[in-house]
Each structure stands twice: as structure tokens, then as C-alpha cells.
Design a protein. Sequence first.
Length: 323
Amino acid sequence: MSRFLLAAVIAVALPSLAGAETLTLYTSQPNADAQQTVDAFSAANPGIDVEWVRDGTTKLMARVAAELEAGQPQADVLLIADTVTLEGMAQAGQLAAYASPEETAYDPALYSADGYYHSTKLITTGIVYNTGAPSVPTSWADLAKPEMANLVAMPSPLYSGAALIHLATLTNTKGLGWEYYEALAANKTRAEGGNGGTFKAVASGEKPYGVLVDFLALRAKAQGSPVDFVFPKEGVSYVTEPVAIMAGTKHMDAAQKFVDFLLSKDGQKLVANMGYIPARNGVASPEGFPARKDIKLMDFDPAKALADSDANKARFAKIFGVQ
């Protein structure tokens, strides 16, 4: 290649290289999901590179807190488990408000009214049962009936974030409340560990019934596991893997594009392809899952759940006699 031709190639390439922007994502998604998310976004936005860090929400929040304390925040966008965590960050002034044009396709309950975070999927909590169980429950109230004594397992809200949100939801629901949890405890409902342990107990037949996140049961059912799943008539609690932009990011335009992509139809179809219920109205659920329009979401207030978190844990521990 001649010097003149090489110079011409470099001249053409340099502007595109100079215009490339790097966005840093902190996420609690599983590694495979995170890679799919980043790859799909990069394909739709070739001028933006994404570097991502994956860990559990608690560890990521500790990392963010340490970086903020040192005055050296690294993340531009967050994609983590629940709205309660992000509500705390919003109240602390750590998130940037953004009214995405895509949010009109979402129920108002699924995003911050001030634009601090937006839900990207629905991971609901319902009832799993072993197909060999003597009856099929249809409501949350069924699990507290006397005949269910010693037959129910559930994750502990002292261990599982989804279980803590479930507790905050049901204890603020008329007809359930704390009396419901007292009835579960009196029934010797097993409340320990996370969703994985509950699923194993039900799939093995150790406990015929359990409280579980939807995808664990429905994916296992599709693979031949002897379980099925009920969306109770009162509705379901849910976590939503919300996305948020860090306040002070130097890549605001790119961060907003990332939010818009996740909330778009294409972004939500990606969610369904990963095997989760899309949060956006009008996007088909994965095979074996109910349509988004057929899922009744129970009322949930992230700000109240945040304020009540410590008290809820303490009251639960007292009722169930655990530390």
C-alpha cells in the first residue's frame, strides 16, 4: 500500500475512532444475559462501546458506594435486581432523571415518576407445586389454610431480595397483611435460604408447595420437572431489573440511548428471548408464560418498601423465630 493510500485510509478511520464512546455498565444480570444485552445494544449503536462489570446487587452497591466515597465513580448505567435499591440511590441524589420516550408503553407503576429508573422485565413471585400434590392452590390465602401445615416452603426475606419485596407487597395488601405471615408461621411454613432451595424442595417432593419466582418453575416444567406454577388470583409481587443512569456521568447521551434500547420493542423482545416476561405492554411473553396483559400485578410502593425494610425484617424474624 502506498504512503498516500495509507494516509487516506487513516484519515478516514480516525474520525470514527475518535467518535467512539465507551459506556460502563454495572449489572447483576447473569453473565450470558449481560453479554447478550451488550451485544444487542452495540449492534444497534455501533458508535458506542460497552464495558460491563457483573456481580450480585449487594456487592455492586458496595462497590458503587466505595467509588462515590472516593470521588471516583466508574459506572455510567446500572442494571440491577430491584427498584427498592435504586429508590434509595435516587433519594440520595445518586441517579440522573431521564424521561425516556419509550416509557409511554409501560404501566406507570413500573418506572419512577421522576425518571430515575425504569423496569426492564417482570420476574414475578407466585406458587409452585409438585404435580403429585393432592390439590392445586389458586390464591395466596390457600397456603395459610390449616391443611397446608408443614407442606409449604418459601425463601426467607432475610436472605432473598425478591422475598423481601414479596413480604412488603403482601403485608400491605388488604385481606393478607401481617396476619397472613403469622398464619404461615403457625402452619410451620419453612422460610429459609433463597429461591433455589425452595425449588429443589418442591421438585423433589420434600414440600408439595412453595413460593417461587416464575422463571425457575416454568423453565423447569418445560424441561420435564414434575412442577407447575400458579399466578394467584390476588395477583403477584414482582422484581423488575430496572435500569438507571448515574448522576454526573460524562456519557449522558450514550446512557440515554442504552435506556431507550432496553425499553424499546427490540430490547423487550430480547428479554423474552432470554426467557423472562417483558415489562413493556404489547410484547409477547416467552413460550409457556402467560401474556403480559393477563398478569395481575399487586400494588407496590418502592419508597415505602425502602422505608420499612429494616422493620419488616425484624418483624418477620420475630414471627418466624429466626435470627
